[in-house]
Design a protein around this ligand. Structure first.
Ligand code: 0L1
Ligand code: MG
Length: 264
């Protein structure tokens, strides 16, 4: 564990991120002021943000792995994945309308979500452990929203900003993980009727269950476990696609049906 920020700095930076998230204004990346900030500092800020949201009555429903595909890492110029927490306030029903008024740079990713039936803990959690503990998988759309000015950020700042988490939608057809090939799951992503991305789930660290295992091992470093009944998004299969009011997106999966959302 390498921390450079004092508790006062963590609280101050958390308040900055919380303000940007809840009032939708852009802030400079945190490393401009704290160039020595580490990933552990980023997670300390993220944990403080989680503590605050939960104390305001938000419910923790699960976690997300981010930056898990090579395409995504290249798009963002980073070489490590990250994790973030998900609350009930971020969840939206399938094919609902999401207002972008409360968002800064909304972009959409198609992902495979896992719902767990047993607790998972690190260290050393493997993809096999994840599959064993998975109740079912389903298709999901994540709406990410970086709060940093001009999309200028680094992994330390993204971690503090809860991995750009903003909204998510689960839908389609839930399947038992052993009934489909989760490694070669194809997805076609359409925006306003046009195909804008295509991919296969192997883009997510070779197998999306590996991303969930990685998430569990990072949780261990934060002193946390993944409880049974968690909703876990395993990471974007393709590059994130920007959306604006009036857009409609649908992600069609080979064996998991489709999931869609509209924006106003
Ligand atoms: O879900 C993710 O892959 C996290 C992306 C974090 C960086 C960004 O805002 O694009
Ligand atoms: Mg994502």
């Amino acid at each position: 564990m390498t921390r450079t920020l004092s508790r006062e700095d963590v609280v101050r930076l958390c308040e900055r991120v919380e303000g940007a998230q809840t009032r939708a204004y852009a802030i400079p990346k945190l490393t401009n002021e704290y160039p020595d900030m580490t990933f552990d500092d980023g997670y300390a800020i993220q944990s403080e943000l989680r503590r605050r949201f939960l104390s305001q009555g938000h419910k923790l429903v699960g976690w997300k792995a981010g930056l898990t595909s090579k395409a995504k890492m290249e798009q963002m110029g980073v070489d490590e994945p990250s994790i973030g927490f998900l609350t009930d306030k971020m969840a939206h029903p399938e094919n609902s309308v999401i207002s972008v008024a409360g968002l800064l740079h909304p972009r959409v990713e198609c992902e495979i979500a896992f719902v767990t039936k047993a607790e998972l803990s690190g260290p050393g959690c493997t993809a096999a452990d994840v599959l064993e503990a998975t109740d079912y998988v389903l298709p999901a759309i994540e709406i990410i929203d970086s709060r940093f000015t001009g999309f200028s950020f680094d992994l330390e700042s993204v971690i503090a900003d809860n991995g750009s988490s903003a909204r998510f939608v689960g839908g389609g057809r839930a399947r038992f993980p052993n009934d489909i090939d989760l490694r070669t799951q194809g997805v076609v992503f359409e925006k306003n009727g046009e195909i804008v991305q295509m991919g296969a789930s192997a883009a997510v660290l070779g197998h999306p269950a590996k991303a969930v295992a990685m998430l569990v091992n990072i949780l261990h470093n934060l002193g946390e476990v993944l409880p049974a009944g968690s909703f876990v998004m395993s990471g974007g299969i393709t590059e994130a696609v920007a959306v604006k009011p009036g857009d409609h997106v649908i992600a069609r999966y080979q064996d998991l049906g489709s999931v869609s959302v509209r924006f106003s």
